[in-house]
Write a protein that binds this ligand. Structure first.
Ligand SMILES: NC(=O)c1ccc[n+]([C@@H]2O[C@H](COP(=O)([O-])OP(=O)(O)OC[C@H]3O[C@@H](n4cnc5c(N)ncnc54)[C@H](O)[C@@H]3O)[C@@H](O)[C@H]2O)c1
Ligand SMILES: O=C(O)C[C@H](O)C(=O)O
Ligand SMILES: [Mg+2]
Length: 442
């Protein structure tokens, strides 16, 4: 199945006679388009208006689909073609809103000056009270330098803003955290670390997002060391958590002992190295890795993994293959071994489409849309903020992965991210470990 990267909404009028919608659907399909949602907007005595969402590979195919619908005739009219994704982004996806109503003078005095001064003094005397009287304890900075935006590469922080706003929207929607995008106009690790340190008093946690390797490793390590609030690079650990959950589920379904399976990691950047490290720390002995960078392969060795030179050799040796290179179509179908588990996690396009991998003999296959760190980061931060933990630890990440796997339906790899329970399960699991770890330190 090819990529379906272009999404458009067609506003189509058809005569209110059975069979006309079928003609439109056939025309779209014959021209190579896929149909998503069909919304009937109005049914009149003579004609019916519908919004039909279509998915195409590229602009050329889109044009073919549009011509096919336009040429139908017989009263079928294509009125407008709109880009729903762009339209949904107009004005941005998030906003800061007041939680309190300000209608009267009394409200104004309570919310703002002079009333607020007493709250300031209270916090000055007891800084811990900021957790109670401000939004800090429920706010997480989503920090990027724009160097590894999805698999699009170093497109800069401004172009990465839609992704950061997306993460903020997910924080809000799934766990009620205020995510605040912070775009850094520097790639210098010293400056990134210094800037994040300076703004950190505003936040209860720091989510590093789409910061490329290798500087992401240093940036995260230094910030974790310097700050007493949780810091996590999502592309590393959020991804590792969800990937571990997916392979736990796959092995359970296939009746395979995960710790005895061999794993092949293609791409050893931020996501790939963290996945390999997570697998090793979880007790998986054989973790092979491939990357076009020799330095990345050496880094794998430091964590007990074994670098392999060619991708086809890696595919030959691995029961479970995970790819995070950002290179669409990198995995050739002829390399897939029957019964393999293939997780091609690059966004926006995977290294191999799940359908193609399954056709080539894979037992389980998924892409980065379903095996996505959206299943991890919201609950992980909810858990640590609830527990007022100062950091995110490996046992918390394992607990998150096991919670996701535990909540996965039989035969599936991961739960659906729109199921609110999965985020609650992750939050609870992380909070429990955080509280246990706190009490064992005291
Ligand atoms: N599904 C998810 O939740 C999820 C999460 C994080 C990242 N990702 C995806 O993973 C991809 C990588 O993200 P990242 O943050 O790790 O980026 P990164 O830049 O840190 O890492 C990419 C790595 O892939 C290697 N690579 C590139 N082309 C290669 C090739 N042809 N063969 C072998 N190795 C190659 C690079 O050398 C680099 O080490 C992106 O597409 C991103 O969207 C997905
Ligand atoms: O943003 C996503 O969809 C997942 C991930 O963080 C990525 O960089 O691909
Ligand atoms: Mg990312």
């Amino acid at each position: 199945m090819p990529d379906r990267n272009i999404i458009r909404s067609l506003f189509v009028e058809t005569p209110s006679v059975p069979g006309n919608l079928g003609k439109v659907a056939t025309a779209i399909g014959m021209a190579g388009g896929d149909i998503g949602e069909v919304e009937t907007v109005q049914v009149g005595p003579t004609s019916t208006m519908r919004n039909i969402t279509i998915h195409c590979d590229d602009h050329e195919q889109l044009e073919q689909v549009l011509s096919a619908v336009r040429e139908l005739g017989g009263g079928i009219l294509l009125h407008t073609v709109s880009d729903d994704v762009l339209r949904a982004h107009e004005g941005g996806k998030i906003q800061m809103k007041s939680r309190l109503d300000i209608r009267s003078l009394a409200d104004l005095r309570r919310v703002y000056t002079p009333g607020v001064a007493d709250v300031c003094r209270t916090i000055q005397e007891e800084p811990d009270k900021a957790r109670i009287y401000t939004s800090i304890g429920n706010s997480v900075a989503i920090v990027t330098d724009g160097t590894a935006i999805l698999g699009l590469g170093d497109i800069g922080p401004l172009a990465g803003m839609p992704v950061m706003e997306g993460k903020a929207a997910l924080f809000d929607r799934f766990v009620g955290i205020s995510g605040v995008p912070i775009l850094l106009d520097t790639k210098d690790p010293d400056k990134i670390v210094e800037t994040v340190k300076q703004i950190s008093p505003t936040f209860g946690g720091i989510l590093l997002e789409d910061i490329g390797s290798p500087h992401c490793f240093e940036v995260e390590a230094r910030l974790k060391e310097a700050l007493s609030i949780p810091v996590m690079h999502d592309d590393q650990h959020g991804t590792a958590v969800v990937t571990l959950a997916a392979v736990i589920s796959a092995c359970q379904s296939a009746g395979v002992q995960l710790k005895e399976a061999s794993v092949g990691q293609i791409g050893l950047g931020a996501a790939g190295l963290a996945i390999a490290r997570m697998f090793r720390a979880y007790g998986i002995e054989r973790v092979y890795g491939a990357d076009k960078s020799e330095v990345a392969k050496e880094r794998l060795r430091e964590f007990g993994g074994e670098p392999v030179d060619g991708l086809s050799q890696l595919m030959e040796r691995a029961d479970i293959v995970v790819a995070t290179t950002g290179v669409p179509g990198l995995i050739r179908p002829e390399w897939v071994r029957p019964g393999q588990v293939i997780l091609a996690l690059s966004n926006p396009k995977p290294e191999i489409e799940p359908e193609v991998a399954l056709e080539a003999g894979a037992a389980y296959a998924a892409d980065g849309r379903s095996v996505n760190n959206v299943l991890g980061f919201p609950g992980i931060f909810r858990g640590v903020l609830n527990a007022r933990a100062r950091e995110i630890t490996h046992p918390m990440l394992v607990a998150a992965a096991e919670a996701i796997a535990g909540y996965t339906k039989k035969g599936e790899l991961v739960p659906h991210p729109l199921d609110p329970r999965v985020h609650q399960e992750v939050a609870q699991a992380v909070e429990t470990v955080a509280i246990q770890q706190k009490s064992s330190i005291q």
